[in-house]
Design a protein around this ligand. Structure first.
Ligand code: ATP
Ligand code: MG
Length: 436
């Protein structure tokens, strides 16, 4: 078995593998294969971060992986990846684990995956194709930690270093240039000198990488514990190849905002807040173009561009006008806006006065909470009258219905106690009578 020939097996390092991962490794090994947890989950476990997901690498071919498990999905079978689906014994919920055959990658070109891959029976070959030393370690309970490229040493010194020659590695796949900065930011590491020099030499190659792949890394960077390190993208000269409009972004200001607001890691679902801060101050048209050219989903494009624009406007402090803003941008974004403005006001008062307005943000925050505690209606769906009610009163289906409902809504925004079906219909009928 190749395992016995592996250099640098460390048996003193123990990683607490989740039961599902143990089960998958055991099953593959019982069928005569090698299997290890690999990459990010090993790195994160060693430094005490909670892994996002657990990837498994094996010498079993995709067909062999599939035959070991009841439920699998062919996630990327041509690249050797099969997702094994396991059911949680207690909760009954399903979890997926990517199991990938040891492989040697060809060139990546533009796509998400290498153009061609070759399967190999050698774990060493599989680890060698990985980007950074800290991402090129494998672990199982029998062999211990396999660390052939000095991953532990670099983790100890908090360094991101390419596996092998950085020029070769960046030529194979230029996304690694951006990944180096992303991992350094996420882990609070520095980029090793040789790797850093090669980044500047190869930054132009990022031009050939798809925007989808760039976006994933950029998003992880700005949602990390150290978003201020986005400025390193400017320093390394890769800015112009990130996406349309990236060079117009004031990276130094974003870095300052990140530090002063003490931004910490946030989940992917909150990425729109980070993009909004990044784009604050830019024109609406260019915000949208920037977000779209990064191929972000429509929801993020919408939320981030609305927030970026609203952050710069003073908020109206009157009860009715607050409700009008909530109507326009939605309740969730309004609360996000208040929170961002409160953060800016408290931590950067001068910047706040210059860029956001002079409103008393604490008073507005108290008002919206009061409005919501009292359940005061803001949206048409909360109005006590519906289109059918109006038709029952003789209004013909058509645009008139909308106009009437909107005018009732206007009244209710000002006088929430009037949100009563009978009252509103009676006033409407009386008004109609008067006009005859
Ligand atoms: P994260 O916590 O962001 O998921 P990760 O290390 O798991 O970090 P992934 O992008 O999920 O990162 O990739 C999983 C593993 O696959 C990496 O740890 C690395 O070993 C390998 N890998 C991913 N992308 C590349 C690449 N472009 N070039 C070389 N190896 C890569
Ligand atoms: Mg991962």
């Amino acid at each position: 078995m190749e395992e016995t020939r592996l250099r640098d097996c460390k048996t003193d390092i123990k990683i607490a593998l989740p039961e599902d991962v143990k089960f998958i490794i055991k099953k593959l090994r019982e069928s005569g294969h090698e299997a290890y947890a690999v990459g990010g989950c090993v790195r994160d476990s060693i430094i005490g971060r909670k892994p996002d997901d657990w990837d498994i690498t094996t010498d079993a071919l995709p067909g062999e992986i599939k035959s070991c498990f009841k439920r699998t999905v062919d996630t990327g079978i041509e690249h050797g990846t099969v997702t094994v689906i396991l059911k949680d014994r207690d909760k009954g919920s399903l979890s997926g684990y990517e199991v990938t055959t040891y492989r040697i990658d060809g060139e990546y070109k533009d796509g998400r995956h290498p153009k061609e891959v070759t399967f190999t029976p050698s774990l060493s070959e599989d680890l060698k194709r990985r980007d950074f030393t800290v991402n090129a370690m494998a672990y199982n309970e029998d062999t211990g930690l396999v660390d052939e490229f000095g991953g532990i040493e670099d983790l100890t010194h908090r360094i991101i270093r390419c596996v092998g020659d950085p020029d070769d590695r960046f030529n194979e796949d230029a996304l690694r240039i951006l990944r180096a900065v992303r991992f350094a930011a996420q882990l609070g590491f520095s980029v090793e000198a040789g790797t850093k020099e090669a980044i500047s030499r190869h930054s132009e190659n990022l031009r050939n990488v798809s925007k989808e792949r760039i976006q994933v890394e950029l998003t992880k960077l700005i949602c990390s514990d150290n978003p201020y390190r986005l400025s390193e993208i400017g320093e390394t000269g890769m800015g112009r190849y990130i996406c349309e409009g990236f060079e117009d972004i004031d990276l130094a200001r974003f870095a300052e905002l990140s530090v002063r607001l003490k931004l910490r890691a946030c989940g992917n679902e909150k990425k729109y807040l980070r993009y909004a801060l990044l784009l604050m101050g830019s024109e609406k048209k260019s915000s949208k173009a920037f977000l779209k050219s990064l191929k972000l989903d429509n929801d993020t494009v919408k939320k981030a561009s609305i927030l970026a624009e609203e952050l710069e406007k003073p908020l109206e402090g009157d009860r009715y006008l607050i409700k009008k803003t909530v109507q326009r941008i939605g309740r969730e974004l309004f609360y996000d806006l208040i929170e961002l403005k409160q953060g800016l006001h408290a931590n950067m008062p001068e910047f706040y006065r210059e860029s956001c307005g002079s409103e008393d943000i604490e008073r507005i925050s108290a008002l919206i909470k009061d409005i919501d505690t009292k359940n005061e209606p803001i949206f048409l769906k909360e109005l006590a009258v519906t289109g059918s009610d109006l038709m029952a009163c003789g209004v013909k289906a058509g645009p008139e219905i909308g106009l009437i409902l909107n005018s009732m809504m206007e009244e209710v925004l000002k006088r929430p106690e009037h949100n009563d079906r009978e009252y509103l219909l009676k006033s409407f009928c009386e008004e109609k009578e008067k006009q005859r």
